[in-house]
Write a protein that binds this ligand. Structure first.
Ligand SMILES: Nc1nc2c(ncn2[C@@H]2O[C@H](COP(=O)(O)OP(=O)(O)OP(=O)(O)O)[C@@H](O)[C@H]2O)c(=O)[nH]1
Ligand SMILES: [Mg+2]
Ligand SMILES: [Zn+2]
Length: 363
């Protein structure tokens, strides 16, 4: 983004707005009535932390209107009330804030074309809850399968306390429910490419005309149609945020020992495990493993736990901003170590699951 706004707008009007989109030319700032195209003071964008963006969609900002053409200069970012982050997938692995000041994360999964692995839902749940934002699970494309294909998973999440909506942007199922749940909230839609995030937003708020594209016929994967994070006002009050489908949602700032408390079902049972601080992996007398064997916790849920836990054990996962640069393990070693970890994980799953089935892919 151009940051040459210095000195402009000495006699402009001071306003408050929310960043609705950031592109290479300007920040689009919504003041509640219209969109201003703003530059930012360079002191705001010269971040001392390499790779960190100083401004993100959802930020509330003070800005100065400059001239009559709906242009301005951002002067100040107001304190963030929340932020949804991931570890950047590129080599430096710093925090990437996807959006700020949201009150809801709508995790969009799809019944088919593409299938959504439960591990991905759990990663978004964890990142929302660790940011103290309420997650909601929206199972989309329900027109493509019978209810028994997706209800067991949906009802399991409901049973442990999450809000779940069965939806279809095509048949209209769940859209009214979604609209009601989002009224007055600032809700970000997140999930893999092609699951129907933009289609659902178009259905919730007709007239937005967000671009949607068919998934690849052969692979069933999405085409990464949405390329910007964009925030839009809802007619019934509140905001809705569309995001590009993310291929790999790596958790940021979490350690393996943090993970059990985000699995509510495991956490509740943890007090009955024989070992204090049981990790529910190798320990005997583990109440979680007994519950899985008794069919009270589904296998997919435990597999997701093992994968998510393993994914934050890797030395390439960043947990705070300053510490890791110096102590980082070279890329080659990290890859070798991840291969070993994956093999160990696969063995754990094979040992544990009755039918020996273990997905290979990352979630
Ligand atoms: N059958 C069916 N198709 C759907 C539904 N929702 C979306 N689609 C289709 O799925 C394809 C992908 O939808 P998008 O809305 O572009 O998906 P997206 O999640 O926004 O994808 P990205 O922008 O790439 O992240 C399009 O062809 C949509 O028409 C649904 O409920 N049922
Ligand atoms: Mg989209
Ligand atoms: Zn245990």
């Amino acid at each position: 983004m151009d940051t040459t706004g210095q000195g402009e707008g000495a006699d402009g009007r001071q306003r408050i707005g929310r960043i609705a989109r950031i592109d290479s030319v300007a920040c689009h700032v919504d003041d509640g009535e219209r969109i201003f195209l703003c530059k930012a003071r360079s002191r705001l964008t010269d971040s001392p932390l390499e790779g960190m963006k100083a401004l993100v969609v959802g930020d509330d900002v003070d800005f100065m209107e400059t001239g009559a053409k709906g242009e301005g200069v951002i002067e100040k970012v107001l304190p963030r009330r929340s932020k949804l982050s991931r570890a950047r997938p590129d080599k430096d692995g710093f925090e990437q804030i996807i959006v700020a000041n949201v009150t809801r994360v709508v995790i969009v999964a799809s019944v088919a074309c593409p299938d959504s692995p439960p591990g991905l839902i759990d990663r978004y749940v964890i990142s929302a809850e660790s940011a103290e934002v309420t997650p909601m699970i929206c199972i989309n494309k329900t027109d493509l399968a019978g209810d028994d294909a997706f209800r067991p998973m949906g009802e399991y999440y409901r049973g442990i306390g999450y809000e779940v909506i069965y939806a279809s942007a095509v048949s209209g199922r769940g859209i009214e429910e979604l609209r009601g749940a989002l009224s007055g909230e600032t809700a970000v839609f997140a999930g893999h490419s092609g699951v129907g995030k933009s289609s659902l937003i178009n259905a919730v708020q007709p007239g937005l005309n967000l671009r949607v594209m068919p998934v690849h016929e052969q692979s069933g994967e999405g085409r990464h149609t949405t390329t910007w994070v964009s925030l839009m006002r809802l007619a019934g009050g509140g905001y809705i945020v569309d995001t590009p489908g993310i291929r790999e949602f790596a958790l940021w700032d979490l350690r393996p020992q943090d993970i059990p408390c985000f699995y509510k079902d495991f956490f509740a049972l943890g007090a009955k495990c024989a070992m204090r601080a049981c990790e529910h992996i190798h320990e005997s007398g583990c109440a979680v493993k007994s519950a899985i064997q008794a069919g009270e916790i589904p296998h997919w849920r435990y597999e997701s736990y093992l994968r998510v836990r393993e994914s934050v054990s890797s030395p390439e996962v960043y947990r705070s901003r300053a510490v890791e640069r110096a102590g980082q393990v070279p890329l080659g070693k990290r890859r070798a170590s991840r291969r070993g970890q994956k093999q160990r994980l696969r063995r754990q799953i094979m040992d544990f699951t009755a039918d020996g089935e273990g997905e290979e892919s990352d979630t």
